[in-house]
Design a protein around this ligand. Structure first.
Ligand SMILES: *Cc1c(COP(=O)(O)O)cnc(C)c1O
Length: 409
């Protein structure tokens, strides 16, 4: 099992620069670490970019004598380890595991932390696929699912006291309503109830928010989104705050076989190098879009935590360094207006997903969140979600404006 723990080429930076949580040095060195951790030039050839280890197995010099701790790529692969080492470092975790999708990562957390008869409490507006996985897959294995609005701390405390969960699962900012949960407060409540706290940090990324600094035990990512950032792979990651769950995660990943592929891991590792600048630009463009659309005659409400009157704005300012690239709009008029708007953009592509350099638009009620459409957790039928890309903001605004005009006709 040791192969799974192996970190490749992390001597540089991790020893010197792994800072204490919340220090200013942390933020100052983030961009440097995003580029260098796990990225030593290849010792054999000097190639500045390490090769992609497209191999299923590794030669052994004697039986059981492994060259660098690697024996078989399900147990461990250097390219996958390069990605896991940088994600663990950037999130200030102890270790990270890489999966073939965000949902595979989430599934591994559920199967490791929960046992038949246990309860999970999740936020009311977590990703629709997360909700479906808990409700429709894990329910059959005796997992009880309770939801609560985690922006309401009193309600959350009551639920936790009454249901004694093993795991609390939230997103902040949430998808697609961009609600903000107080990370410090939710960690305190969760631990007081004897549970573990898992945060899906896909929307913020460690560039903007590092939940482990606020007491989170498990951080989850769909690396499909901002971490990879170019809409070209599906992937997931789990980052553990400490080593208490290291053994079960390593064991289950190897035993159940849910591993990220080397090529996908390589693309993601490469993309993380530009995470800092991409997320800065995504956030700047999204802030301008949100401000420009407040008061637009076709728009009833702009949901964006960077707006001063967003109910979670002050908390977001405390726990995030910027507010991310997703903006949701509640449109005036019937649901057909929201649909027409989503179908009328020219620069924005109508597609699920988010976090890529190109702008995407989608209609959550009928697309990403269709799994909750018939439940009391359904998102509004007049809601449209924008993943604001890093194109010129003038082009972005012009496209949204013309599409809103078409939708209003
Ligand atoms: C996309 C997404 C997921 C699921 O990840 P996949 O890579 O599509 O499996 C989970 N959580 C959030 C917040 C997401 O946006």
């Amino acid at each position: 099992m040791t192969a799974s723990f192996k970190k490749v080429g992390t001597d540089f930076m991790t020893d010197d620069l792994t800072p204490s949580p919340s220090s200013d040095a942390t933020a100052a060195t983030f961009a440097t670490r995003a580029i260098h951790v796990g990225q030593q030039p290849d010792p054999t050839t000097g190639a500045v970019i390490p090769p992609i280890y497209l191999t299923s197995t590794f030669q052994q010099d004697e039986v059981g004598n492994l060259r660098a701790g690697y024996e078989y790529s399900r147990c461990g692969n250097p390219t996958r380890d390069s990605l896991s080492s940088v994600l663990a470092d950037l999130e200030h975790g102890e270790h990270a595991f890489i999966y073939p999708s965000g949902l595979a990562a989430i599934d591994n957390v559920l199967r490791i932390v929960l046992h038949p008869g246990d309860t999970i409490v999740s936020g009311v507006d977590v990703y629709g696929g997360t909700h479906r996985l808990i409700d429709q897959v894990w329910a059959a294995w005796g997992i009880h699912h309770v939801t609560v609005d985690t922006t309401d701390l009193d309600a959350t405390r009551t639920i936790l006291e009454n249901t004694h969960p093993k795991l609390v699962w939230i997103e902040t900012p949430s998808n697609p309503l961009l609600n903000i949960t107080d990370l410090t407060a939710i960690a305190e409540l969760t631990h007081a109830a004897g549970a573990l706290l898992a945060i899906d940090n896909t929307f913020a990324t460690p560039a903007l928010q590092r939940p482990i600094e606020f007491g989170t035990d498990i951080v989850v990512h769909s690396t499909t989104k901002y971490l990879s950032g170019h809409s070209d792979i599906i992937g997931g990651a789990v980052v553990l705050a400490d080593d208490s769950l290291l053994e079960p995660f390593a064991f289950v990943q190897n035993a159940a076989g849910s591993v990220g592929a080397p090529f996908d891991s390589w693309l993601s590792r490469r993309s993380v190098k530009t995470l800092t600048v991409r997320v800065e630009r995504h956030s700047a463009n999204a802030q301008l879009v949100a401000e420009a659309l407040v008061g637009h005659p076709a728009v009833a409400q702009v949901l964006y935590p960077g707006l001063p009157d967003h109910p979670g704005h002050r908390i977001a300012q405390r726990q995030m360094s910027a507010f991310g690239g997703v903006v949701s709009l509640v449109l005036r008029g019937p649901e057909s207006t929201a649909k027409t708007f989503s179908e009328s953009t020219e620069l924005f592509t109508l597609a699920e997903s988010l976090g890529g350099v190109e702008s995407l638009i989608e209609y959550p009620y009928g697309m990403t969140h269709a799994a909750t459409a018939d439940t009391d957790l359904a998102v509004p039928k007049t809601l449209v979600r924008l993943s604001v890309g890093i194109e010129s903001v003038d082009d972005i605004l012009a496209d949204l404006t013309q599409a809103l005009e078409r939708a209003q006709r």
